[in-house]
Design a protein around this ligand. Structure first.
Ligand code: ADP
Length: 556
């Protein structure tokens, strides 16, 4: 005996002996709960005692990767309860999702009366030997597991596609959160999922949406006040995800057993994902699991991809609501401004027209009448613009009223041509129509507005002058009116957008072609409210024809 050995031996515990064994050894209760496992068993799987001790043995990490492997173990447990020993080769999961082959034995441990009290699982790694002896089966089994994992990866990709398309339709931040929280919970069978967003002043995180699998779960806090020591605060600063495999892992990382909510829940596996956009973390997604979770590489990638998608969707939703607010403000401004500007303008126009008449009567000469006529013309132009803006806001608020009455469309067209023609110097305006009346039941003022609008566009967008034709004819159940010019035409890429509010084609955006880009929007709305159709045909540089067809209803 060496000096000192006598002192050493008595303190050498059975536990230390078990821990230093090369083999895996444990103790399982009669009911199948693992209550002891030696260090080798834990180390090879990268586990902490708290990850497996106190859990049903067949649900622990080594076995839970495959239901078939678990079923075989349950059979061995049942045989053990009946006093029988089982021994077979089993494939178990160890660290980094690797699989090894073990020579596994589960033996009953009886008390003095021969009653089974415990079951003793033990095993040694025989992967190497096995791979030589049973190379084929070993490879097949590995292949089967690899296939299962690949299938799982495919399911995740499919899930990701579903989430991506659901997110693309999410309009508000709450829509985004609801999609992410529910999909992640279902796909990963997580215990709790919550999405928190950072307050503008950075003082706290507010929950946007959360979901729990079990109703008995502690409710998550609605608000998490932030200080630099809070684990969620750390995520906001580093913008890096945190994956915690088990409670022990969590406590080791934060050096505290009492973590602040929402992390203090009795969760085991925990993923904290930053929602980052353009270097700014706007929130955190928390995913917790009732069991320890290794978070294999593909699962981390899956969660990470969802966090990226989620942050982008959140940003989109925020921009969308800002844009909606801006549009509402713009519409409100247009409605108020056009209404309020109209009253002084009407007075101004009336007075200018009066002055014009008096000057003409007094025969003061062109030096006096020309400036006042310019004032009248520009005031009339301003008036038309304000009328269009007022129409626009009426359309937006659903207040554009159409008042139907009988009138002769041919007579209306004739009158417009007669009024406009004298004002033209470079253009000719011609009506092409059969001499018969064309009665129609529609809003005459609004239809006049439509025709005037398209004619003035035809004039404006043919700066070199030329003929403008207004054709009227009956086609089946419609009265159709076409207005054609030989002007600048509409570029192909602009054509799909022509009836959008405030849209102007690139070749119209020159100072010589002034305009607001709302005329055609209003025209189409009026035509549609009559149950009619509007279309156009155009070639850039050659000219444009707009065609409007109004239905000859039963009343016509
Ligand atoms: P605005 O003329 O005030 O710009 P509109 O809504 O009446 O607005 O027309 C929208 C756009 O359609 C115009 O900016 C122009 O690009 C195009 N457009 C309309 N009519 C014609 C036309 N007869 N010839 C060429 N382009 C046209």
């Amino acid at each position: 005996m060496q000096p000192g050995e006598a002192d050493f031996l008595p303190s050498f515990s059975a536990q230390a002996l078990l821990d230093s064994l090369f083999a895996f050894v444990g103790v399982v209760t009669f009911d199948g709960i693992l209550i002891e496992a030696n260090q080798s068993a834990l180390k090879v799987a990268g586990l902490q005692p708290s990850d497996v001790i106190g859990k049903p043995f067949h649900e622990t990490y080594w076995w839970s990767y495959d239901p078939a492997v678990q079923a075989q173990l349950r059979l061995a447990l049942a045989r053990g309860q009946a006093g029988e020993t089982s021994r077979y080769d089993a494939m178990v999961r160890v660290a980094d999702e690797r699989l090894i082959m073990i020579d596994f034995m589960l033996a009953p441990l009886c008390d003095a009366y021969g009653h089974v009290r415990y079951l003793i699982p033990s095993a040694i790694d025989v992967s190497e030997r096995y791979s030589i002896q049973h190379e084929r089966e070993f490879l097949l089994a590995r292949e089967r597991i690899a296939r299962q994992m690949a299938e799982q990866a495919v399911r995740r990709v499919e899930r990701l596609q579903v989430i991506t398309s659901a997110l693309s339709e999410a309009v508000t931040p709450l829509d985004v959160a609801s999609v992410v929280v529910e999909e992640v919970r279902q796909t990963l069978e997580a215990q709790q999922v919550a999405m928190y967003v950072r307050r503008a002043d950075g003082s706290a995180l507010d929950v946007l949406q959360s979901a729990s699998t079990s109703a008995s779960d502690e409710p998550l806090p609605l608000t998490v006040p932030l200080d630099s020591t809070h684990p969620l605060g750390e995520i906001l600063q580093t913008a890096l995800p945190v994956f915690l495999v088990s409670q022990a892992d969590r406590e080791a990382r934060y050096q505290s057993a009492a973590l602040p909510p929402p992390l203090a829940a009795d969760a085991h596996g925990l993923a904290l994902l930053p929602l980052e956009i353009e270097g700014q973390v706007m929130g955190v997604c928390m995913v917790s699991f009732a069991e320890p979770r290794q978070f294999p590489q593909d699962e981390r990638a899956f969660l990470w991809a969802i966090a990226v998608q989620c942050a982008q969707a959140l940003q989109r939703a925020r921009l969308y609501s800002t844009m909606q607010e801006a549009i509402t403000m713009r519409d409100h401004f247009i409605a108020v401004a056009s209404h309020d500007l109209r009253t002084p303008l009407t007075v101004l126009l009336g007075q200018a027209q009066l002055l014009d008449r008096r000057m003409q009567q007094a025969q003061l000469g062109e030096a006096f009448t020309r400036p006042i006529q310019a004032i009248v013309q520009q005031s009339q132009r301003l008036n038309r613009m304000l009328t269009a803006l007022l129409d626009l806001s009426r359309i937006q608020t659903g207040q554009l009223v159409i008042e139907h009455a009988w009138f002769d469309l041919r007579r209306l067209a004739e009158r417009i041509v007669a009024e406009v023609s004298p004002t033209l110097s470079q253009h000719t305006l011609e009506l092409v129509a059969a001499p018969d009346p064309l009665p129609i039941f529609a809003d005459e003022l609004r239809i006049e507005e439509v025709i005037q609008n398209i004619i003035s566009n035809a004039i404006k967008y043919s700066p070199a002058g030329g003929p403008i034709l207004l054709t009227l004819e009956q086609r089946d159940e419609h009265l159709c009116l076409a207005i054609s010019d030989q002007g600048i035409g509409i570029p192909l890429e602009a054509q799909p957008h022509l009836f959008e509010q405030f849209y102007r084609a690139a070749n119209a955006q020159q100072s010589s072609f002034s305009g607001l880009g709302i005329g055609l929007y209003i025209v189409r709305e009026i035509v549609q409210q009559h149950g009619g159709l509007i279309d156009f045909n155009s070639r850039e540089g050659q000219g444009t024809t707009f065609t409007i067809c109004l239905p000859l209803s039963d009343r016509n």
